[in-house]
Design a protein around this ligand. Structure first.
Ligand code: NAD
Length: 530
């Protein structure tokens, strides 16, 4: 079943999979842009056909969006937790109710299979529910033992930063546009969001639902346009910058934010691994490794591009894994039932094609896939498994961000940990073993921000109370949990001093004051106060 957002192909057969122009007009009206702004045309990776023309926001438009957001923010920050909670709980329900339209849009813009689009719906609902329930306690003032116990009473307050600038990518156009905004809003900030051009319609539909859920006017502004101009203008104006994208762009965002002394979080690339230990449940590990590698056609920041297999299980795991990969159903359809969809663009297809060509030219072997599939869709590439990949090949170390995975045989857990860590990245990993204690021990030695034991990626990601993010070149800062909301606040220490000052007083001269304080510090240490 598809939504009304799709133009009716019976009325206009050429319009199959085109978005209803009236709907596009309504969504475009939410963009901060001049009335006769230049437009860019979105094409669908599912068909290669144009989807919609959307306005481009100039840097002046971005400045207007920030001015409106800044004007709206104090009133929003003055609302109660209950007010904000109501908005997010309503948004949770709306996302689930309107999922058919959201799924259509995600698929039309990103080209992914419907099951993978559904993960975005889930993610929005889970994030909304989590922060609706927990934001108040995350943001509650905390008490601390003061400089002089009982006499100094310290509290930490968490104030909103002001207006948060969010630049979100194309690969999860709904979830990454919305779920980083949710905690920012719950902390009392306004937000200016610049979603990637290739995910703009979907992001606008998500924002529309937040408005329908009760988010007041002005609090969440959307600007559209190229990263180098519109995106950069958002980076240059935010009181905090939340960026998701490549490591190269992340470094430039960090430089811009550092210049203005505003803080930022970066969720960047990865070269993630799956480790299958010798005691893994073979069927579960095969199914999980396939999902880890090919969800959203590998265009998932936490998906795996390296499968490390213990020597003792390698000869059983590999044929089963390759068989399961070959059996994946490819399709570009707005129906459930396919296991992998399209890449998002010609550029992504070119990268995958080049990484495979380079590896084969240097001696790697294809065990599954290896070719583009224009018969399925203009940017579809088969899920591909390579063996014999060496460090001379680009795909050994560089992120492909596509359905390409290499197999490696490892002698034991130590070798697996060493290989998993042999990358500049540090985003996600997955470990498969029947012995959860062993899995946790291996996980703790892998330098990635999340590790899933006996799951591909979703367990750690969707455990919303726990932090998620990258070590090394995979990022700075975390989303989710307390860290994912406190980053959008300024911590303020307010300490009240009672009875005595922290200075010589009550007739003590400086020498005696120093002596009393020295005794006091020793006493505090001996009773274990810190
Ligand atoms: P990219 O860095 O080229 O672009 C990311 C976004 O930033 C785009 O919307 C782009 O238009 C915008 N942009 C470009 N220059 C900018 C600038 N100067 N200022 C502000 N914005 C600018 O990345 P990409 O190739 O489009 O996306 C894929 C990459 O994103 C992959 O490396 C992937 O791993 C990463 N990614 C990471 C996560 C995560 O959560 N860690 C999630 C999704 C994607």
């Amino acid at each position: 079943m598809t939504s009304e957002i799709i133009a009716d192909p019976e009325l206009d057969p050429t319009a199959a999979y085109a978005v209803d122009p009236a709907r596009v007009r309504r969504l475009s009206a939410r963009v901060v842009a001049a009335p006769r702004a230049q437009t860019f045309t979105r094409t669908s990776p599912m068909t290669g056909a144009p989807l919609a023309a959307l306005p481009i926001s100039t840097p002046e438009d971005v400045a207007r969006a920030f001015a409106s957001a800044r004007a709206a923010q104090p009133r929003w920050a003055a609302t109660t937790h209950d007010d904000r909670r109501r908005v997010m709980r309503r948004f949770h329900d709306l996302v689930l109710e309107r999922q058919v339209e959201l799924l259509d849009l995600v698929q039309l813009e990103a080209g992914k299979a419907r099951l993978h689009a559904f993960e975005e719906v889930l993610d929005c609902a889970i994030a909304a529910r989590h922060y609706a329930a927990r934001a108040e306690s995350y943001l509650a003032p905390t008490r601390h033992l003061g400089a002089l116990p009982l006499l100094s009473q310290a509290r930490t307050l968490h104030h909103p930063k002001g207006v948060v600038g969010i630049v979100s990518p194309w690969n999860y156009p709904l979830s990454l546009a919305v779920t980083d905004a949710i905690p920012a809003l719950m902390a009392g900030n306004a937000v200016v969001l610049r979603p990637d051009e290739q995910g703009s319609l979907t992001a606008l539909a998500g924002v529309e639902l937040l408005r329908e859920a009760g988010l007041p006017d002005g609090v969440l502004q959307v600007v559209l346009g190229p990263g180098g101009s519109t995106g950069q203008a958002v980076v240059d104006a935010g009181d905090y910058v939340c960026f998701t994208g490549s490591t190269a762009t992340g470094r430039s965002v960090a430089r811009s934010a550092a210049e203005r002394l505003v803080s930022y979080s970066l969720e960047l690339g990865g070269k993630n691994s799956v480790y299958v230990a010798d005691d893994a449940d073979l069927d579960r590990a095969v199914e999980g490794a396939v999902r880890a590698c090919f969800s959203s056609a590998g265009q998932l920041c936490i998906s795996a591009e390296r499968v490390l297999v213990h020597d003792r299980i390698y000869d059983r795991f590999v044929p089963a894994f390759v068989g399961a990969v070959r059996a994946l159903r490819l399709g570009t359809s707005l129906e459930y039932g396919y296991d992998m969809g399209s890449l998002v663009s010609q550029a992504q297809l070119d990268t995958v094609t080049e990484h495979v060509r380079d590896a084969l030219a240097k001696g790697a072997r294809v065990l599954a896939g290896g070719s583009a599939r224009p018969d399925v869709g203009p940017f579809v590439f088969e899920p591909t498994v390579l063996d014999g990949v060496t460090s001379a090949m680009t795909c050994r170390d560089e992120e492909t961000f596509g359905p390409l995975v290499s197999l490696y045989r490892v002698a034991d857990d130590d070798a697996a940990v060493a290989l998993a860590n042999d990358t500049d990245y540090g985003l996600n990993a997955s470990v498969w073993t029947r012995d959860v204690r062993r899995g946790r021990a291996v996980a703790a030695r892998i330098r990635t921000g999340t590790v899933n034991v006996n799951e591909a990626y979703a367990a750690a990601w969707a455990s919303m109370g726990a932090p998620m993010g990258g070590m090394k070149d995979s990022g700075v800062g975390r989303r989710h949990g307390a860290e994912g909301i406190l980053k959008y606040t300024e911590s303020q220490n307010v300490t009240a001093q009672h009875v005595l000052p922290i200075a010589p007083s009550m007739g003590l001269d400086q020498r005696r004051y120093a002596k009393v304080m020295t005794l006091g510090l020793r006493a505090l240490k001996s009773v274990g106060l810190s």
